[in-house]
Design a binder for this molecule. Structure first.
Ligand code: HQG
Length: 185
């Protein structure tokens, strides 16, 4: 991916997930915003976007971070939000037996003590495969992968959701449902 696309993609993540106020756009509860208004407000803030660049970002995003509405007029981030103005009504979904969460070794003691917390984001993010979890953890330091007893949690009433890009979401994971992945293989 070239530099211009990466920069614009990071900018879109910033305003569509975290700080819409930074450029004066409004996100609705489902996270959607008008593409024309987004382009205008971005330009006023000194960031050049155009419909073609936005289409390329949406189509080429490795993690399918964004979606465009069927009428082509609106865009949203499909998950990863911290903004209070967004409250996506994700369907509840039955999880697979286990899910994985990649984190960095320096967070491990705290996580094993109090569980996985969503922190600044609205949800804890989990993946269905170990490689993705490993990559996610590596963003913060030396990666360690935790196995989440999703099936057991589900049967105890915890609610699981899955965003359109496949990322699994949950409010929190108490420590008793966590294990180091290598130790249970
Ligand atoms: C950790 C990327 C201490 C947690 C990725 C993580 C993902 C705790 C960090 C998405 C903790 C939060 C999300 C506790 C959790 N004590 N640390 N009790 N509970 N943590 O970035 O899951 O490229 O908010 O393990 O691919 O790393 O943005 O979450 O290390 O899908 O599209 O606190 O972001 O996608 O970090 O990543 P993050 P994450 P994008």
């Amino acid at each position: 991916m070239n530099r211009k696309i990466t920069d614009a993609s990071k900018f879109l993540s910033y305003v569509l997930r975290h700080q819409p106020d930074a450029i004066g756009i409004m996100l609705d509860l489902e996270g959607w915003t008008d593409i024309a208004a987004l382009i205008n407000c971005a330009a006023n803030a000194g960031k050049q976007l155009d419909p073609n660049l936005i289409q390329i970002i949406v189509a080429t995003s490795d993690k399918k971070r964004f979606a465009i509405s069927e009428d082509g007029l609106r865009i949203r981030a499909v998950q990863g939000h911290s903004s209070d103005s967004v409250s996506i009504n994700y369907d509840e979904k039955v999880p697979p037996k286990v899910l994985f969460h990649g984190t960095a070794i320096q967070f491990l003691n705290s996580i094993l003590k109090v569980g996985l917390l969503s922190g600044a984001r609205q949800y804890v993010h989990m993946s269905q495969n170990i490689q993705t979890a490993t990559d996610v953890g590596q963003r913060h330091g030396a990666s360690v992968v935790l196995t989440i007893a999703a099936d057991a949690m589900y049967h105890q009433g915890f609610k699981f959701h899955q965003a359109d890009n496949g990322v699994w979401l949950i409010n929190q994971v108490p420590p008793q449902f966590l294990a180091l992945t290598s130790s249970i293989k």
